[in-house]
Design a binder for this molecule. Structure first.
Ligand code: SF4
Length: 263
């Protein structure tokens, strides 16, 4: 890689080392700032705006977001290279939505590949096709959310329709090395057996896709809304019970998919 790519700047709000979620093995998760969606249940509301913000947390004011170079993030990621090698892990880009910062994200992914590090991305898939196509060669695993098959309901709960997302899922399935479909299971939005069945049927229709992860709604991000001085739109909605999640897993499996709870 030319040195200039290592100087590409991007805006992140966190780096978490030693994660065993969001891809195989031990991983470093880099959280990018900015997202085009506004999911009502979002547990990282501080990720949504691209702006650098202040959030009150544990009675302290924390600045959320900082501008960094690819080289700075790469240095942090490389610290755990021996763990990735032993565990089959690597880097996962999360957010927010990395597709909104393509130059930075792609340069970082490419730099990781240049060092033999496995790459994954958690994504909504909400971007122009041309942007998705730029990412595909640099990603070993796409973890892509399909939140609802009905576009009007998708727009009501996330602020964006789903047509582009479903089209991009098909594109990624055709061209990427590997795609796992993920579904945040949200009470009152997509938690009926019919809704999960519709999503699973769509996932199964995608070229080469055989795995789906159901991620039960949780309230762990609730305090952050208060810290950002924003209303928490999910109110006191309880998370789905484990019995209900089991039912939904069986629905997903009935479509011939490998299904699991969590990701
Ligand atoms: S897509 Fe993810 S980061 Fe963006 S608003 Fe929804 S839950 Fe939050």
């Amino acid at each position: 890689m030319a040195d200039s790519k290592l100087l590409t700047r991007g805006r992140i709000f966190d780096i978490q080392r030693f994660s065993t979620h969001d891809g195989p093995g031990i991983r470093t998760i880099v959280f990018l700032k900015g997202c085009a969606l506004r999911c009502r249940w979002c547990c990282n509301p501080e990720s949504q705006s691209y702006n650098i913000e202040q959030m009150k947390q544990n009675e302290k004011i924390k600045t959320i977001g900082k501008d960094v170079t690819v080289a700075e993030v790469l240095e942090e990621v490389l610290r755990d290279a021996p763990y990735y090698r032993r565990s089959g892990g690597g880097i996962t880009l999360s957010g927010g939505e990395s597709l909104l910062q393509p130059d930075f994200a792609i340069s970082l992914l490419k730099a990781c590949h240049d060092h033999g590090i496995n790459t994954a991305i958690e994504t909504t898939g909400f971007a122009e096709q041309s942007v998705i196509e730029r990412f595909i060669p640099h990603i070993d695993l796409f973890l892509m959310d399909i939140k609802h098959i009905n576009s009007a309901k998708h727009a009501e709960f996330t602020g964006q329709p789903n047509e582009r997302i479903l089209e991009n899922a098909a594109l990624i399935a055709r061209q990427a090395k590997r795609l796992i479909v993920r579904v945040p299971v949200i009470p009152g939005f997509n938690d009926t057996e019919t809704e999960i069945s519709d999503i699973a049927a769509f996932a199964k229709s995608l070229n080469g896709v055989n795995e789906i992860h159901l991620l039960p709604y949780h309230r762990m991000g609730r305090d952050k809304y208060e810290g950002l001085n924003r209303p928490y739109l999910m109110g006191d909605v309880p998370p789905p019970t484990s019995e209900h999640m089991e039912k939904l897993i069986n629905v997903a499996r009935s479509h011939g998919l490998t299904a699991k709870i969590g990701g």
